[in-house]
Design a protein around this ligand. Structure first.
Ligand code: HEM
Length: 98
């Protein structure tokens, strides 16, 4: 079970530890009610909480806490933006929690 604090500073000697998320766990981080806003692109989880364009976890109808690779690639062809935001984890299959 994920044990990091909501603000996700999972540091170990200054190194940010990459956190595994199942898609179910990622859904908690929807940018609502004070929760951080995380999105998954290409299996990596980015923290977009600091983006004004992801206010309340919503961005042009897209909602944080989701796997958004296809939507990102269709909307941001030639305008990559996600790399500006920190990678804090990666997606694991639900079976990884069995
Ligand atoms: C309906 C689809 C989408 C539209 C119309 C859209 C449009 C935009 C626009 C107009 C901007 C600001 C100008 C720019 O930097 O290019 C922007 C920024 C951005 N978009 Fe999207 N976007 C869409 C989907 C997505 C998705 C699915 C993701 C991520 C999974 C994403 C991530 C970002 C990021 C990280 C930024 C930079 C935000 C910042 O600098 O604060 N976008 N988007």
């Amino acid at each position: 079970m994920n044990t990091e604090s909501p603000n996700n500073k999972n540091e170990n000697n200054g190194h940010i530890q990459m956190i595994p998320f199942t898609l179910e766990e990622l859904q908690k981080y929807d940018g609502q009610d004070g929760m951080p806003a995380y999105v998954s692109v290409d299996g990596f989880v980015h923290d977009v909480s600091d983006s004004k364009l992801w206010g309340d976890g919503v961005h042009f109808g897209n909602i944080a806490g989701r796997e958004l690779t296809v939507k990102y690639k269709s909307c941001h062809t030639g305008r990559p933006r996600i790399d500006q935001f920190p990678v804090i984890g990666y997606i694991v299959p639900t079976t990884a929690r069995d």
